[in-house]
Design a protein. Structure first.
Length: 213
């Protein structure tokens, strides 16, 4: 079974109307700290509303720390950046939201870092796959036995393309109607020092997994 990686199912801001202890948020997002050890990976925090009429940019979240109010910005795609520190965990301040009780979910996902250029060596993809596998093995739990098969690149819209080229051959790969395209772990491309050329705008790169037996 192929599926995109999610490190945690999520936590709702639900103990009181718009309030939850920091420790509850920390427990959900803590697996993302593992990504700090892998240069090809990143942890992406996301906040989403269960109410379809609420856009991510309408969500306001803040930590009522003893050091002052800490605002947590949420961008148009629901991405957030909660600080994860031992000091805040020890203090365990309340985290507030302007949204109704139980209407928000918070989660963290493992992603590969997007290439800094539109032309890059396939070796970077291979390294991201290896590092994602190592991170999964460390996390264990629901991911015991899972195998990273490749990196799923997501384009802003359909029509994206990745061109694999070596000194001897070229191979064009096209994104599907959803703008998604998977680069698999391929030892031949690694051996032949293939390069990857991006045609289109990438918005995410996510390890693609096959579950264990």
């Amino acid at each position: 079974m192929l599926f995109a990686l999610a490190l945690a199912g999520g936590a709702a801001l639900a103990e009181e109307p718009g309030k939850v202890p920091y420790a509850a948020i920390y427990r959900v997002l803590q697996p993302g700290l593992v990504m700090n050890d892998y240069p090809r990976l990143r942890a992406v925090q996301r906040v989403e509303s269960r109410l379809p009429e609420v856009a991510p940019t309408q969500i306001q979240i803040w930590i009522a720390s003893a050091q002052g109010r800490l605002e947590i910005a949420v961008d148009s795609r629901g991405r957030a950046r909660f600080p994860l520190t031992d000091a805040l965990l020890a203090e365990n301040p309340p985290v507030y939201s302007n949204q109704p009780r139980g209407s928000l979910n918070i989660q963290v996902s493992l992603e590969a870092r997007l290439p800094s250029k539109d032309d890059f060596p396939y070796q970077q993809v291979w390294e991201a796959i290896e590092q994602a596998q190592s991170a999964l093995d460390r996390l264990g739990g629901d991911y015991d036995g899972a195998q990273v098969q490749g990196i799923e690149y997501r384009f802003q819209r359909s029509g994206g393309e990745l061109l694999i080229s070596t000194a001897d051959y070229e191979q064009a790969l096209y994104a599907d109607a959803s703008g998604r395209l998977v680069l698999r772990a391929d030892q031949r491309w690694l051996r032949d020092r293939a390069r990857v050329q991006v045609r289109g705008k990438l918005i995410a790169a996510i390890p693609r997994l096959r579950s264990g037996p």
